[in-house]
Design a protein around this ligand. Sequence first.
Ligand code: NDP
Length: 321
Amino acid sequence: MLAIQAVRTGGPEVLEAADLPLPSPAAGQILVRHQAVGLNYIDTYHRSGLYPIRTPTVIGLEAAGLVEAVGDGVTRFQVGDRVAYNGTMGAYAEAAVVPADRAVKVPESVTLEVAAAALLKGMTAEFLVRRCFHVKLGHTVLVHAAAGGVGQILVQWCKALGATVIATVGSKAKAAIAHELGADHVIDYSHEDVAARVAEITGGQGVAVVYDGVGKDTFEASLKSLGRRGVLATFGNASGPVPPFAPLELSAKSAYVTRPRLFDYIVTTEELDESAAALFEVIGSGAVKIDIGQTFPLAEARAAHEALEGRKTKGSTLLIP
Ligand code: NDP
């Protein structure tokens, strides 16, 4: 089968195609024949070595497809089931074996393409808006990189929960996307001062929560944008990791800073199922629409990484085997 390996850590050029044997599922595992593979920013951290991996490794954490074989003892799935998973390395391939208790069934109303585009990013949005900080009617929230994969889902989910959403983006075209998604205010951080605009919009009160997947470049503005006892969820490093800072900086507003990971919010299969169910519900109701902004053949994963890191993508990106 075709698989894309990081042969060492580095730039997109370290991604190479390989012809690997089709794996067979061990006890407790399922073999999933991929219909679509989700591209995630974390894949670039694995490839670059920001998050250490051993090489060569087939990278990628998310895909959707059909169960082709089940290992001994698997009762959760049968051959032919429509499934999706996130969090098991090896998704950049035509098929992969996955622990059965780390995959979920995809409802008939959701296409496998949408499932692959939504499972990791949408479950991230789920834990961010419902558990890391519970967004409620009347909250004002700040969502960075709002035209991106996680960003688009966050904006829509926060609106559905009744929040006022301030969105940031890096270009005029992406500003139009954020407006279309329902953001109440859009800031283009390529030329606007985010903290000053947030102060203006909130009458100096600041926001209840900042969802910051950009990292290094936005961290300071995010802290400044918080209201009293506000929460900064710094959950990604698209512009690079946030440098060390002094806790004393938080004292001005008694702010909270958290650096959450999806995988700490879906530790048990019950948590995984609950998060997926909440996501499929907002997709099913139409409250959250999944924008498959671009697709690449799996063999062109390198070009997909270049587009993602070059800020040329919008919404979710799929690799098609
Ligand atoms: P996106 O589609 O959001 O792509 C990243 C976006 O970040 C770009 O499109 C760009 O939007 C913005 N950006 C700002 N500065 C830079 C920069 N210097 N280089 C590149 N991009 C930049 O990716 P994802 O939806 O896959 O992920 C979003 C973030 O969420 C990532 O940081 C990711 O690591 C994180 N994440 C964290 C998880 C967790 O568990 N903690 C789980 C899932 C995702 P613009 O052009 O508008 O600035």
